[in-house]
Design a protein around this ligand. Structure first.
Ligand code: GMT
Length: 378
């Protein structure tokens, strides 16, 4: 029997990385299924795109009263969640990130009543960075324990959440997903010619250039690969470590081998230019970019950090080495890039794995089951 459509509030960081992408894409999929989706955030989620009759956006305005040294965004968000929940009769408030969103949802629930169910999705930094801070630990634990359901994007993140916060409650595993209507191998031959000569291999890294991404290792790996075979490195994105990386590339005399593409929207087109994606992160609860690459038929060479081994099957859809072992990662990349049969087998394996294990419809349905479960409508 088909379940009754729901009214679902979603709060995420609307302008930030993978968690914002996953939250927004999930909202769009839920709306396509007939649910009513209400995004509550300080700005419109950057991936929201075209108008959809089931999607609504409620902007959080922060009261900048003159006695406030820091305008209280969290309180405005909690109040807005409660207002929208009451006005729209929301069934579920699905928040992405414990800090501050699950805390705000907890407050909203106190205002609205127990009929509002809170689902919290953990994406990584809330646990791997913030929960290490003793001053925030109790608050994060409270927000997690008080949520009606908690999900995490990898087994490794579930393990770490339990370990760091010493909690025992159930946490559902809901992997991230990609939309196969957007992520598939694009014909990027002409785009690729702008960056690489025929016969040159293209290595790519896409991130927010934060220290946890170890972009320095990307350069080390590329330097080694470039000595073994003709190659180009395309760096996509920007962030705090970018100036340091630019200096390093200059020091190594690699300016004419490396292209900086800055932030890009059409990621499927961009990734399709690559022969391999490099992801040597220090921490990575999942690694959405690696899944996006996989869905475009591009294998990853990276580290074994966090949830990466759950996503990248070593030897089948990419190669992994210990965090910081650039020499090994370079060795893997050279092996892959100099073996056409291996590259073509890996491409096939990537496409198969992305569409079977991380298909958007499958993960959307897992989230729906969680919503119906917390509402007592299994
Ligand atoms: O990686 C980042 O710095 C961005 C961060 C975010 O908020 O999007 O990414 C986290 O959530 C993504 C979506 O679930 C995961 O794919 C990333 O692995 C995770 N980042 C870390 O754990 C460092």
């Amino acid at each position: 029997m088909k379940q009754k459509p729901l009214k679902i509030g979603i709060t995420c960081y609307p302008s930030l990385g993978g968690s914002g992408v996953v939250a927004t894409e999930l909202g769009k999929l839920l709306a396509e299924q007939g649910h009513q989706v209400h995004f509550i955030a300080h700005s419109i989620p950057f991936r929201l795109g075209a108008f959809h009759k089931n999607i609504f956006y409620h902007e959080v305005e922060v009261n900048d009263y003159y006695v406030f040294r820091y305008p209280p965004y969290d309180l405005s968000l909690a109040t807005k969640m409660a207002q929208v929940a009451n006005m729209q009769q929301l069934d579920v408030m699905h928040v992405h990130y414990a800090v501050p969103h699950a805390v705000c949802a907890f407050l909203a629930k106190q205002m609205v009543g127990d009929q509002l169910k809170v689902v919290t999705t953990l994406h990584g930094t809330d646990i791997t960075v913030l929960a290490q801070d003793e001053s925030l630990k109790d608050l994060i634990r409270l927000a997690i324990n008080e949520s009606d359901a908690v999900t995490a994007v990898s087994q490794d993140l579930i393990r770490e959440t339990r370990e760091v916060l010493d909690i025992n409650r159930d946490i559902d595993l809901t992997y991230n997903f990609v939309d196969p209507r957007i992520y598939y191998p694009r014909d990027s031959a002409s785009l690729r010619r702008d960056y690489a000569e025929p016969g040159e291999k293209v290595l790519m890294h896409i991130s927010n250039f934060r220290p946890v991404k170890r972009v320095q290792d990307v350069v080390d790996i590329f330097e080694r690969v470039n000595k073994a075979l003709p190659a180009k490195l395309l760096l996509v994105g920007e962030g705090p470590d970018l100036p340091k990386i630019q200096c390093r590339i200059k020091e190594l005399g690699l300016e004419d081998r490396v292209h900086f593409l800055g932030k890009q929207d059409e990621i499927a087109h961009v990734i399709s230019m690559a022969d391999v994606l490099l992801l040597p992160s220090e921490k990575e609860s999942f690694g959405l970019v690696s899944l996006e690459a996989m869905a475009c038929g591009v294998p990853t060479v990276g580290s074994m950090a966090g949830g990466i081994p759950e996503l990248v099957t070593h030897g089948e859809t990419g190669f992994l080495a210990s965090i910081g072992d650039s020499a090994k990662m370079a060795e893997h990349a050279i092996h892959l890039l100099s073996n056409e049969k291996l590259a073509s087998d890996m491409k096939e394996a990537c496409l198969k794995r992305a569409t079977s294990e991380f298909c958007n419809e499958r993960i959307r349905s897992e989230y729906e089951q969680i919503y119906y479960r917390v509402l007592g409508r299994k």
